[in-house]
Design a protein around this ligand. Structure first.
Ligand SMILES: O=C(O)[C@H](O)[C@@H](O)[C@H](O)[C@H](O)COP(=O)(O)O
Length: 231
């Protein structure tokens, strides 16, 4: 456990990445199964980026009633869906295949020049699938999570208690505009997992304890999360 200012998470280290990815997939499957036991439809929110692919490879073959699962991204880069930086493309290739192809993808992207052009429509679609039943997030070495980046143009709004469910975000560290779930929308998830790899990110997690959420946005959602780490 780590704690300051009343926040806490459970830190779960693994001997190797493969074991970690398999275990996270099993944990998510168990959380989804539990949620499906008490709701007609449940939702799973996952990150893009480079880390979660192996989790998706394991999870997509799990035997559960995927036809009752809404899948959403925690954040999306504002690029067409066939672009190699599209998180939607990653989902379509590695999670929404096999048994999980029966799940419903709730998009965080629509073909439009700017996220602002379609944000209201995206919010309405996403809000129909809330609350988040199961959440998986990644974290950058700069302590961003989803697209809540330190120094981003609308970070304070995204961290505020009254934040909209989704908001556009532009940040010095992000090559394209983003759309992201806000911190309170993510923090309301019933089960929360964060996956990180490598010593740099583990050190960043340690540093985050003494920083504000503005400098370390991951803090805004880590309360009651399980943080899975392997070198
Ligand atoms: O689109 C994205 O980039 C993600 O959703 C983002 O929040 C990601 O989880 C972190 O940046 C970690 O990224 P890596 O796993 O690539 O280090």
């Amino acid at each position: 456990m780590a704690g300051d200012q009343g926040v806490s998470y459970t830190f779960c280290p693994y001997a190797d990445r493969e074991m970690m990815m398999l275990n996270i997939s099993n944990r998510i499957a168990g959380d989804l199964e539990t949620a499906l036991g008490s709701s007609d439809r449940v939702s799973l929110v996952v990150p893009g980026g480079t880390t979660p692919g192996p989790i998706f490879d394991d999870l997509c073959d799990v035997d559960l009633d995927w036809s009752r699962v809404d899948v959403m991204l925690s954040d999306e880069r504002w690029v067409p869906e066939d672009h190699d930086r599209s998180n939607t493309l990653l989902l379509k290739r590695r999670l929404l295949v096999g048994r999980a192809a029966a799940a419903r993808l709730v998009p965080l992207y629509r073909a439009a020049e700017h996220p602002e052009d379609v944000i209201d429509q995206l919010i309405a679609e996403v809000e129909a699938s809330l609350p988040i039943s199961v959440l998986l997030l990644g974290m950058g070495a700069d302590m961003h999570t989803a697209s809540l980046f330190p120094g981003a143009d609308r970070l304070l709004e995204g961290l505020s208690r009254n934040a909209p469910t989704l908001l556009p975000m532009r940040a010095p560290g992000a090559p394209e505009p983003r759309i992201t779930f806000s911190a309170p929308a993510l923090d309301g998830a019933l089960a929360k997992h964060i996956v990180i790899t490598g010593l740099e990110k583990r050190d960043a997690l340690e540093r985050a304890r003494d920083l504000s959420s503005e400098d370390a946005p991951v803090k805004a959602i880590w309360n009651d999360a399980t943080i899975h780490w392997a070198e």
